[in-house]
Design a protein around this ligand. Sequence first.
Ligand code: ARG
Length: 460
Amino acid sequence: MRDKSYQQAASNKSLKASHQKTPIKSNKAPKLALMASTIMTMVTGVTLAAGSAAMAQETYLMADRMIDVASGDIKNNPVVVIEDERIKSVTFDANFQVPSGANIIRLAGKTIMPGLMDMHTHVNGDADMQGYRGLSYSIHRFTLKGAKNAHKTLMAGFTTIRNVGAADFQDVALRDAIKEGDVAGPRMFVSGPSMGVTGGHCDNNFFPKEMNVKGGGVADGPWEVRAKVRENIKYGADLIKFCATGGVLSKGTKVGVQQYTYEEMKALVDEAHMRGLTVAAHAHGTDGIKTAIRAGVDSVKHSSFLDEEAIELAREYGTFLSMDIYNTEYILGMGEKAGFTEESLNKERQVGARQRQSFTNAVKAGLKVVFGSDSGVYPHGDNGKQLARMVRFGMTPMQAVQAATIMPAALLKQETNIGQIKEGLYADIIAVEGNPLDNMASFEDVDFVMKGGTVYKNKD
Ligand code: ARG
């Protein structure tokens, strides 16, 4: 997705007037969470004396099956004990006797697995606002879209997202609002404004020169690039995102053509790594992909035109790759109805099939392919649709599930917190009907979502 940096220019005047904090109450999840805690209190009879330390609250979660993403096995009759936000124990026992009075969630007929993770989202944009359509929206309006879309994403079973590109640090605000419980949404790891060259995919090229619109993440030359990394860190970025090639949805850029020299990419990556942040590169074209890998990026998104050498480089450097292979169906299917420009539709016709081929080749080569969907290009909440496509284009069902759970946890360096159903990790757990590995489409409508021990969705 194109970084909506023009929103920054549009909003500068009004920012001063908008300092009050307005908690946004999500209509469903907080109520459910509240209900869950009330029910727990009723069932266990625990009453907390005012001022006393909160007593640990245990929940027993039981289902028919569990996908163990570490071993790649399906295990029967899991019993997961959850204390507060984290998992206390995981055992497998068909005849487990729950202690009387305990809080129980019984998911009969269902399979549990770790919450899904999407390593490429743009929650502050909507899919029907492509091309020139979004230009009349204020940055505040986009921020509110983010609150709505974060909720949708969580309800779709995605308990963690990496949001790569948001104007004026809207993503930082949303991440923090979710953390503080103002808004229901996934755990967010965010980049702030996407970095890129003047006139590149991550600039904003929709306006004429006299309007003087410049993308918030534009920086040219190694030192400017270092300064921009520092600025993004200053305002709360968890990672750095930059554009290494042109893109499909920007105006006047060529998908196959590299943007940023090796020196600029190297300076960006070194500065970010020195400060302890990872780097994600948007790259379609072969040269841009290879240069980004050689500069040391942690992950490449899109990865559309991989050749043999790019595959070897990704292996040698251990680079994570993601391919947004559902997007092409949506873009070509919607066409101008969603606002996609003729220029973008033409570029999509060059990219879609090649990207799917690259996905197949990368999987065959055993590279670290993670789930990244570029949500916001297609509607938020439909993220799960890509899992079936990942199987259609070469992964086993288990590999696709691992690409959306344990592997992103490694990319985010969060293995001790998320990515598995395992003792000590956050209780981020979803459930689907039957065995989803036999029917990948079941990920398009998950039945149960728990994040950090709180139930946000339970269809039963
Ligand atoms: N945000 C991406 C870009 O503008 C979308 C690419 C979508 N197409 C695809 N085949 N994955 O470049």
